[in-house]
Design a protein around this ligand. Structure first.
Ligand code: FAD
Length: 302
């Protein structure tokens, strides 16, 4: 399992394959996990989700951006997607990776880009989530959030339960809208829990701490054990349903997504789209090698 995870994480970081894949179109069954390569297809998918009371967080896929031209192009695509959300009147917000808009190039340039995005989104009351990437980018992501959050309360981020520092970060961000996840990258034991059991325990601990606070929380997981425990916890503690939501990724446990929404829980699906699907897809295979079955079904059903 560890070896398979390492293998797919290594593939996700391969820049030659990442740039090659942009020209392939959606291949290798990625179409089951990625809602198309253009705005029209993603809007169609979001409308279908909205029709069953599911909202969307749209990820205009892109990472490993090392030139200002690419980062500026990514920012323009994100701005176009915000305009499309408004124009189509869909229930959706955006998830953004800061490396996509310049974090590996220059901090101030990235801050300028995300400020422009936050401003455009605030105009339409659209929320912007800063996805959390690997540990090397964490502090800068939090610094950027701190720089933005007074002016733009429509911006939040993600806390990863596998990191030792997350409880402290949670306290620092107690007034900010947050998504809580287990964590998708490979981090060293100096900074992160390594066993599934420890990560799961910390995940539940952080979720409960957070749900007892006031700010809005997204519990992002496909783990039915965690979901069931959260359901029980909110009931036992009279936590109002408008204080939290569940989130899952597009294409995963689709029936469970609909059931949770139908039960009256706020639900948001993370909907990735775009040509830059390769690293996202490989991380999903790393998390759960059984996802290969989903991908294979995608390959044969095309
Ligand atoms: P896992 O530990 O993968 O699974 C637990 C158990 O749930 C499994 O053993 C199995 O029994 C069951 N299960 C899981 N998946 C399935 C399935 N498809 N079908 C049937 N049973 C299943 N990570 C980041 O680092 N940064 C982010 O910004 C980020 N954003 C995310 C946003 C969303 C909406 C989601 C859902 C995840 C995000 N992640 C992010 C990824 C996250 O950190 C985990 O890597 C990923 O969600 C896998 O962990 P899990 O909690 O889903 O459960």
């Amino acid at each position: 399992m560890g070896v398979t995870r390492d293998f797919f994480i290594a593939l996700s970081k391969n820049q030659l394959l990442n740039s090659g894949a942009k020209k392939w179109g959606l291949k290798l069954g990625a179409g089951k996990m990625v809602a198309g390569t253009d705005i029209d297809s993603v809007m169609k998918s979001v409308k279908e989700l909205n029709s069953v009371r599911i909202s969307a967080t749209i990820d205009n896929l892109g990472e490993f951006v090392y030139s200002r031209e690419e980062a500026t192009a990514a920012k323009e695509s994100i701005l176009n997607t915000i305009e499309a959300i408004q124009k189509h009147g869909v229930n959706a917000h955006m998830s953004i990776k800061l490396t996509q808009i310049g974090l590996d190039i220059d901090y101030d340039f990235t801050l300028e880009n995300i400020r422009e995005i936050a401003e455009a989104a605030a105009k339409y009351d659209i929320f912007i989530n800063l996805d959390m990437e690997d540990y090397a980018h964490l502090q800068q992501t939090l610094d950027i959030l701190d720089a933005l959050r007074i002016e733009y309360p429509n911006v939040g981020t993600v806390i990863q339960a596998y990191l030792y520092r997350s409880e402290k970060d949670l306290e620092h961000l107690k007034d900010v809208r947050l998504r809580l996840v287990k964590g998708a990258y490979k981090e060293i034991p100096d900074v992160s829990l390594q066993s599934k059991q420890d990560i799961d325990e910390n995940f539940l601990k952080l979720i409960k701490l957070r749900l007892l606070g006031k700010a809005f929380t997204s519990v992002a997981t496909h783990d039915h054990n965690v979901i069931n425990e959260v359901k029980k916890f909110v009931e036992d503690n009279d936590i109002p349903h408008d204080r939290f939501e569940f989130q899952m990724l597009y294409g995963f446990r689709t029936e469970m997504q609909k059931d949770l929404a139908a039960e009256g829980f706020a639900f948001t699906t993370y909907v990735p789209f775009g040509q830059d699907w390769y690293a996202y897809f490989m991380r999903r295979l790393a998390e759960r090698p059984q996802n290969i079955n989903l991908a294979l079904r995608g390959m044969v059903s095309k």
